[in-house]
Design a protein around this ligand. Structure first.
Ligand code: 4AD
Ligand code: MG
Length: 444
């Protein structure tokens, strides 16, 4: 029995390197599996071990006759989360959720686990968050992280398959992108630097070089919000396209979101069902998505008991009221220029408005996308930098993009954790990333 796996082997043919998700390939055969005890019980002569290996859980049955008295005693010492390697024969079992179980032939215990801090009883969120490193092993967290991984794969496949280049933007930056109020500052030798709030400005530079690009990385905001939608460190994917306007941007956003949602339901149905996600509203996420102007959104708020006027920004409650009017994500476009970031393009039809768009997820999950067309006119952009009281010197490189071959261009940013929360139906973003960072949470 080999203790270690062959890492470059897919496990498809090699029974010494099997994984639980592939177990049906090995019916009637002897396999080696490696994992942890998810559950264990034994009577005098027979023991039932639920083995977890990261790809699934399978029942392994040990009996004293097959294993011998001495080995069977060792088996009985197993505790929750003990680690071991087993060898056994795969057999069909109609009572099993995965259709198979294992008849144990041999095993090697790597460690008998002392009492695992997360037991069978209910634990409060604070306790679970303190033990996030161990909580990750629970079936629910495993399901969530598998969905997250699939969403990220779908995002990459979408852009990679449509001629976009992946461009990395820096994490340490000399200036703000989304305004100065939520910047994390860090010493940088004799100077200071800031953790990036968005890769957009660098994405724009890359789009002028490569045409269609996307930036994908962690972003940081010193946001003093303790809501279920805010993290201080979150992942964002940001496409940026040269020669595209706000309407092309909305076409791209809805096509992209439809693809990501539909592919995730298709490839991670088991996990979504385990999480008790109602798939019906997700199956409705099909183009075209409704598009409403900011002013129409204000009307909706006023008609639905949330008084609002031109110039107001929308918070979570407003977003929920607006999204309740629609059965799929809604795009709100052309907000007042005055409440938006400095780089937003001034609308050609109405100078008070910005050619921008937010996409609000249904079912109260709030804004998942923010983006729009960028101001390509040098003098207008310079004026905006002044009005926003941003340091002019720090933006000279960015202004070069308007000095040298400026073109209309647009893009957006989609927040990964909010998207995972929406697709999985979990109420709080803290469970959608392995190690969440929040205002009052940086451990473990
Ligand atoms: O709307 P935002 O601030 O847009 C930008 O940063 C643009 N520069 C993006 C671009 O055009 N390239 O953020 C984009 C998205 C939001 O819609 C939301 O999904 C997510 O990022 N987001 C957060 N997610 C979790 N915690 C936070 N504190 C977030 N702030 C924004
Ligand atoms: Mg936004």
């Amino acid at each position: 029995m080999k203790k270690l796996r062959a890492p470059t082997d897919s496990g498809r043919e090699n029974p010494d390197n099997a994984t639980i998700d592939q177990i049906s390939l090995f019916d009637q055969k002897t396999v080696t599996l490696r994992g942890w005890v998810a559950n264990f019980r034994s009577s005098g002569k027979i023991a039932f071990l639920q083995l977890r290996d990261g790809t699934g859980i399978i029942q392994c049955v040990g009996d004293v006759q097959e294993l011998g008295a001495e080995k069977f005693e060792k088996l009985k010492a197993l505790t929750l989360e003990s680690s071991l390697v087993i060898e056994g024969s795969v057999r069909k079992d109609t009572r099993s959720k995965i259709g198979f179980e294992i008849g144990l032939k041999d095993f090697e215990i790597l460690q008998v686990c002392p009492e695992f801090p997360i037991g069978k009883k209910e634990h409060g969120v604070a306790f679970l968050m303190e033990h996030r490193h161990l909580w990750l092993r629970s079936s629910r967290q495993v399901a969530l992280l598998r969905v997250r991984s699939e969403i990220i794969r779908a995002i990459r496949d979408y852009f990679d398959g449509r001629g976009f280049y992946l461009m990395d933007s820096p994490i340490l930056t000399p200036n703000a992108c989304e305004g100065t109020s939520t910047l994390f500052e860090t010493p940088y030798f004799d100077d200071k630097a800031y953790l990036t709030q968005s890769g957009q400005l660098y994405g724009e530079a890359s789009a002028m070089a490569l045409g269609k690009i996307y930036v994908f990385g962690p972003t940081f905001r010193a946001e003093k919000s303790k809501t279920r939608r805010h993290l201080t460190e979150f992942w964002m994917v940001e496409p940026e396209v040269a020669f595209m306007d706000i309407y092309g941007d909305m076409d791209l956003a809805e096509d992209f979101v439809e693809y990501v949602v539909q592919r995730t339901i298709k490839n991670r149905k088991t996990e979504l069902e385990y999480l008790e996600r109602n798939l019906e509203p997700l199956s409705r996420v099909r183009k075209p998505f409704p598009r409403i102007t900011y002013e129409a959104a204000i009307d909706i708020l006023n008609k639905n008991g949330k008084p609002a006027k031109f110039g107001d920004d929308f918070g979570g409650d407003e977003e929920t009221v607006i999204s309740q009017q629609f059965d799929r994500p809604v795009m709100i476009h052309h907000y007042p220029l005055a409440i938006k970031a400095f780089y937003m393009k001034q609308s050609e039809e109405n100078p008070e408005l910005a050619a921008c768009v937010d996409m609000i997820a249904p079912e109260g999950y709030g804004e998942i996308i923010g983006g729009g067309q960028r101001e390509e006119d040098l003098s207008k952009l310079m004026k905006r930098i002044e009005e926003h009281k941003l340091p002019k010197e720090a933006f000279q490189w960015y202004l070069d993009l308007r000095r040298f071959g400026s073109v209309p261009h647009a893009g957006f940013g989609l927040g990964i954790e909010r998207t995972v929360a929406w697709i999985t139906g979990v109420p709080h973003v803290r469970e959608t990333i392995p190690f969440p960072r929040m205002m009052e949470k940086i451990f473990p």
